[in-house]
Design a protein around this ligand. Sequence first.
Ligand code: NAG
Ligand code: NAG
Ligand code: NAG
Ligand code: NAG
Length: 481
Amino acid sequence: MVASQRTRDLCRTVRLKSTQVFIVAGTCLITVLITLLCIGFMTRYEVENEVANVADVDYWKDRVAALQKIWYDKGIEELNEALRTPSGPVYPRNLRIFVVQGIDGRDLATHRFPAREISQGNVNFVWDQYSHLARLKNSCSQRFPCPVGGLSRAFWTGIPLEKSVEMETECKQMDNQTDSLMSVLRQAQLAGLRTGFVTTQRLTGSTGAALYGNSLYECDERMPMGFLQSGCQDVARQLISGETGKALNVIIGGGRQMLSKLVPQTQFDPVDELLCQAGEGRNLLKEWRNQKLKQSKIRPIKFDLIQRTDELESLNASRYDHLMGVMANGDLSGNPKAPSFKLMVEKSLEVLEGKKQGYLLIVEQVREKGVNSRRQLQILNDTLVSLPKDRDTLTLVLFTNGIYPKPSLDISEETETISYLSEIFNEEEIRLQERLQQMPSESLLFAQGPRSTLFVGLRNETYLAHAIAHVLSMSKLVAKL
Ligand SMILES: *[C@@H]1O[C@H](CO)[C@@H](O)[C@H](O)[C@H]1NC(C)=O
Ligand SMILES: *[C@@H]1O[C@H](CO)[C@@H](O)[C@H](O)[C@H]1NC(C)=O
Ligand SMILES: *[C@@H]1O[C@H](CO)[C@@H](O)[C@H](O)[C@H]1NC(C)=O
Ligand SMILES: *[C@@H]1O[C@H](CO)[C@@H](O)[C@H](O)[C@H]1NC(C)=O
């Protein structure tokens, strides 16, 4: 009896001890696990946020002269910046492309030292800090004047300027044809992205034409009768009826006079006599509205057409499926009542970001005559700074320049005067040097965000469209996540 009692006690003690052992072992195990997790997180955090630290970077610090060392130490910051590897997703969900027409590397360099006093240091633009930069060979440095339509097609459809100019025929059939050019905008739509286009020019200008049209004619006015009858379309018509134009989620710019015959005229917003004007009876704005109304009967959509700055300002754009803003009769640039560049970009992003889908936004800023390019760059800088930072977004800023023909009533005049530099340059050496000074330099393409690594080195103009096509094909998968 006594023995069995003792055995029972012993058993109880042992059981108690084993429970304690379990608790202790369990605690140890959990501690180890938590420590491991913490180490994991810390390492990941450090990899993602590689801290710039002078001590991290190897260089010949002990061997350079003291006089040099000051500058080497200062230079470490920039070197660290370059050494930092970008983190985040491999392919972007969204693309924002800013294209500035009429400003090139030479202008950027000029405005970097505004006071002409180098001692005051230089001015940085926000794109100067982007991680990647490519130079694009500029076909326009070879041509006076530069056929801006062909150049835009090179950028947005990926066909070289020479070929694209050769292919130009006066009549382009319906947008519907299988052999019509597919722009990056259409590719994005087919990849399931939301799309938008904003311009400080007119919606029917060369960029618009390359993105959603393919016509030589901005509007119907000067199109030969036979063309219209055989189903040829002008850019304004293609914007409203073409597949790409119809699917656009947001579009803001000028060009009311190409879309509608009857337009209000004011001192600030006259009809631009040098540009095309809609033919008798045309009202494509009304047509756009009717088209969207019809569409919303099948599937409810929210859309609006706005024509004044205050309308754009007060708009809660985040709920829209389609927004069209036609803000002036002609170009927006030079029109004091036109909405600011920043407002147009912000509202467009509101529309595009409103839904759970990736997007492609193309924004064009055309250098205004009479406005200095420094002011223009500052506006772009301020706008880019104000945009929300987003790890999923690839941002491209393209600067390109050429000697473009002035708008002219006669379209043939524009295309016939094209000739090569060498033919014009039958002049003396000094003159030639002067001309070379004025020659547009190569285009610069600054890139930031996922896959910005694609944009390095010296590339063809057409590379832009080809690289975007690749990114879009991958973003298609990302957009679905
Ligand atoms: C551009 O924006 C950055 C960041 O706000 C600012 O530091 C810089 O001075 C701006 N550059 C110009 C030319 O305004
Ligand atoms: C495109 O072409 C098809 C047949 O070729 C036609 O049924 C359709 O209506 C056309 N779409 C447009 C927008 O013209
Ligand atoms: C805009 O609309 C969204 C969605 O309906 C809403 O959540 C938001 O509060 C609105 N913003 C303003 C400023 O009215
Ligand atoms: C760039 O374009 C030129 C002329 O069209 C072509 O010969 C060349 O192969 C292109 N370069 C690359 C890298 O594609």
